[in-house]
Design a protein around this ligand. Structure first.
Ligand code: 4H7
Length: 220
C-alpha cells in the first residue's frame, strides 16, 4: 500500500520510521512518501500562505501550491483524504475500509487551514481523529497511517489482529508476564495451568467484564 503525505512539516513524521512501521517499510509492505508543499511555492520567498480574504486572524494555505503538490503524486486510483476536525470520526470500521485502498494521498492542513477551492477540487474524504483541536493535520495523518498499516498483509501476525480490541467489538483481556510474583502479587492461576480451553474461556470472560465496566456503550 502506498501513502503520500502532503504537508508543510515532513520532519514531524519521524516516528513513522520506527518499530513495526519502520520494518513494514523496509520490507516494502507499505510505502510512505512525503511531499513538502513548500517545494511547490511559486514565490521567490517560498511563501505558501496568505491572509484570509474577508479578514480575521492567522494565515490560510494557498490553493495553487497545494494543487501542484497533489499533481506531483496523483494516480488514477488514489483516494485523497483531508485531516480536519470537520471530518468523519475515525474508528476501526473506517480503518479497515481504508486498508483496502491501493493509494492514499493524505492532505495535512496547518495554521487556519487550506483555501476551500482546492479542497473542493481534490478531496474525496474528510477524516477527523476525534473531537478536539490540534495545531495541524500531521499527527492525525500519522494516526491514520499507523492504524491502516496494521491491516496490510504481513505487517502484523494474523492472530494479533483478530484478538484485539474493537475487531471483535470488545476491549482486550489483561496481559501478564514474568516474574510470577511482583511486589507480592501473583499471576491469575489459570494462565499458569497450561489448560488452553480454560485460558480462552477466562480471557473471553475478562474481555466482557472489562468492556461492561469501562465501555458499556460498545455492548449496545
Ligand atoms: C485542517 C483544517 C485535525 C486542519 C483546519 C486537524 C484537529 C484535527 C487543521 C485545521 C486539526 C482532528 C484550523 C483546526 C485552525 C483548528 C483552530 C489543523 N485539528 N484547524 N483551527 N481532530 N487542526 O482530526
Amino acid at each position: 500500500m502506498r501513502f503520500d503525505v502532503l504537508t508543510l512539516f515532513p520532519e514531524m513524521f519521524e516516528p513513522i520510521n520506527k518499530s513495526i512501521l519502520g520494518r513494514a517499510q523496509e520490507e516494502k509492505l507499505i510505502n510512505v512518501n512525503f511531499v513538502n508543499i513548500r517545494d511547490f511555492s511559486v514565490d521567490k520567498h517560498k511563501k505558501v500562505d496568505d491572509t484570509p480574504y474577508g479578514g480575521g486572524a492567522g494565515m490560510v494555505i494557498r490553493p495553487d501550491v497545494v494543487y501542484k503538490s497533489y499533481q506531483s503524486v496523483k494516480t488514477s486510483n488514489a483516494k485523497v483524504i483531508y485531516m480536519t476536525p470537520q471530518g468523519k470520526t475515525l474508528n476501526q470500521r473506517l480503518v479497515e475500509k481504508l486498508s483496502k485502498e491501493k493509494h492514499l494521498i493524505i492532505l495535512c492542513g496547518h495554521y487556519e487551514g487550506i483555501d476551500q477551492r482546492v479542497l473542493d477540487k481534490i478531496v474525496d474524504e474528510e477524516i477527523s481523529i476525534g473531537d478536539y483541536v490540534l495545531t495541524g493535520g500531521e499527527i492525525p495523518a500519522m494516526v491514520l497511517i499507523d492504524s491502516v498499516s496494521r491491516y496490510v498483509e504481513g505487517v502484523l501476525k494474523k492472530e494479533s489482529i483478530q484478538e484485539e480490541s474493537f475487531s471483535n467489538g470488545l476491549l482486550e483481556y489483561p496481559q501478564y508476564t514474568r516474574p510470577e510474583i511482583f511486589e507480592g502479587e501473583t499471576v491469575p492461576e489459570v494462565l499458569l495451568s497450561g489448560h488452553h480451553q480454560n485460558i480462552e474461556k477466562w480471557r473471553k470472560n475478562k474481555s466482557l467484564e472489562i468492556t461492561k465496566k469501562k465501555r458499556p456503550d460498545l455492548l449496545k
